[in-house]
Design a protein around this ligand. Structure first.
Ligand code: PLP
Length: 363
């Protein structure tokens, strides 16, 4: 493929930046966005960075009807030396293509899209908040645009990357959450789309999430879709347990989303000399381990929270309080290490970060 140039059209009307102490998640967007189109003749063409704007689409565009769409999520961070870092962004590009393959969306040139992503972040770098725990959330996504109501793969697509300054996930420091074991609804099944980042998985998870919230829980623990016996994920995070000193996480089985944080956690734990097993874990095993006093820690992993300790699991009407409801030692160490690497405060021994810009060059 010929190397494509990314054209840039700067905005003439910069928006006011939000109060950095008052940031929520995903409601405010920066001045620019990356866009690229696809059609069968040209392949992916016209990669460009343009002013952030609304788009006009035919109401028959296929994405609105059958959900042929994929997305990614990653963050940019500012270090104390005013450098802008990305965390393992090439993994997000790789996973975007895995999702594309599953959804019959034409594969992207990972290097080109990553280059566009880096240029976009560099252009809007003044939007990256600097306060403790804040970051710039990056959302690449692809939609099927062909106006056609037939059930088939679209012949045209658009890829976007948009940026959103986000506040700290933990306003008062890392805090354990209360999770309900979901016995009725399932998130995904083997052979379905659970291992792809595609909209339908999230649409189908809303009901369980809503019911859980009404009962005062923050997320649900998803069990497998066939036997409702084996643990899969927690909310939209991967999950880990520490049982009698051993750390276990469900093995990738086709219905679990392969998290980049999950992979980083496994790599770090092994690096620290701890035993990590990827295997099937039944809910019965967890309940038994809790009864025997062997369930030491439970935590979710994902880009948004990095590490989310589980302080309590609700199973039917039984409450399992884990580690007196406090954040465990491993959870805390993982959180501090990963956020430290992301913020350039910890040695990046695995070469996980990429510098995209420096804020000190401006002004
Ligand atoms: C994105 C996602 C994760 C976490 O992936 P990260 O790459 O660690 O952010 C886990 N489970 C689901 C269902 C997800 O969508």
């Amino acid at each position: 493929m010929m190397k494509q140039d990314i054209r840039v059209e700067f905005t003439s009307a910069k928006k006011p930046k939000p109060d950095p102490h008052d940031l929520a998640f995903g409601r405010i967007f920066t001045d620019h966005m990356f866009v690229m189109d696809y059609d069968a003749d040209q392949g992916w063409y016209d990669p460009r960075i343009i002013p952030y704007q609304s788009i006009s689409m035919d109401p028959a565009a296929m994405v609105y009807h059958y959900g042929q769409t994929v997305f990614e999520g990653l963050k940019a961070y500012v270090t104390k030396d005013q450098e802008v870092l990305l965390f393992r962004p090439e993994k997000n590009m790789e996973r975007l293509n895995q999702s594309n393959d599953r959804l019959c969306i034409p594969l992207i040139d990972e290097e080109l899209v990553l280059e566009g992503l880096k240029q976009l972040v560099a252009i809007d770098k003044d939007w990256i908040p600097k306060a403790e725990g804040t970051s710039l959330y990056i959302r690449p996504f692809i939609i099927a645009t062909e106006p056609f109501l037939g059930v088939a793969a679209s012949h045209t697509y658009k890829l976007f990357i948009i940026l959103s300054p986000v506040g700290s996930y933990y306003k008062e420091g890392i805090k354990p959450v209360k999770i309900a074991v979901e016995n009725e609804f399932v998130r995904a099944v083997k052979g379905g789309t659970g291992n792809a980042k595609t909209a339908g998985n999230y649409a189908s998870s809303l009901k369980a999430q809503q019911v859980a919230e009404e009962k005062g829980f923050s997320q649900v623990l998803w069990l497998d879709g066939i036997e409702k016996k084996y643990i899969e994920e927690v909310g939209s995070m991967n999950i880990f347990f520490k049982i009698s000193g051993e750390i276990v996480t469900p093995e990738l089985n086709g219905s679990i989303l392969e998290g980049i944080t999950r992979n980083s956690v496994i790599t770090l734990l092994k690096h620290w000399g701890l035993t990590v097993s990827e295997r099937k874990i039944s809910i019965d095993e967890i309940i038994q381990a809790h009864r025997d006093g062997r369930l030491e820690e439970t935590f979710g992993t994902g880009t948004a929270a990095v590490i989310s300790p589980v302080g309590e699991l609700i199973w039917n009407d039984e409450s399992l309080v884990i580690g007196s409801g406090e954040t465990g030692e491993i959870s805390k160490k993982l959180y501090d290490t990963i956020t430290g690497i992301q913020k350039g405060a910890e040695a990046d021994v695995f070469g996980w970060t990429t510098e995209v810009a420096s804020l000190s060059e401006t002004k």
